[in-house]
Write a protein that binds this ligand. Sequence first.
Ligand code: GAR
Length: 197
Amino acid sequence: MSNPVNLAILASGNGTNAQQIAEYFMDRDDVVVRTIIYNKRDAYVATRAKNLGIESHYFNRHDFMESDAVLDFLRERKIDYVILAGFLLLVPNNLLQAFPNRIVNIHPALLPKYGGKGMYGHHVHEAVVANHERETGITIHVVDHRYDCGTTLFQARCEVVPTDTPDDVAAKIHLLEKEYFPRVIDAFIFNKPMPAL
Ligand code: GAR
């Protein structure tokens, strides 16, 4: 068996996506989640990593934006792909250059709608409800130097009904994320067809 593909997951908060990705690849010998990196000290994703038996590490904004600390950490672990799973900082240039076309993000809306700075997590679902959208969804895309703008790999949609609250929309989005994000990562890494809708 050749060397496995090494993943690093970057997250800022709860970490449900990080956990789902880790569990999806747990029984595989061709893909390994080597590390989970987070940038908020109290992020619950650190507890999830511990429960999963995966190394996790906190880096602050300065480490990300004004040093090579994160890059060196990823290189030491021979990381092949970086997965953003609810990671809310703009990805710095040193990581973009070190991982060209190898950084993948999930966004909880149908980009280009509801993307850009400040549009994350619950803010997105609140805007979707406020604008009386009839549908929303997820976008999984390659990361470039802008927020939420890189090449789209996959989108999936769900209905929004007039009685939906932002929490209801969030629940629908989390179901889509669970169903598709790990499989899209798998397909992207191995150049396989994207999951059928
Ligand atoms: C997810 O819904 C993800 O799509 C979103 O943050 C949530 C993180 O949840 N990402 C963004 O808004 C990125 N702009 P999690 O920490 O439970 O996985």
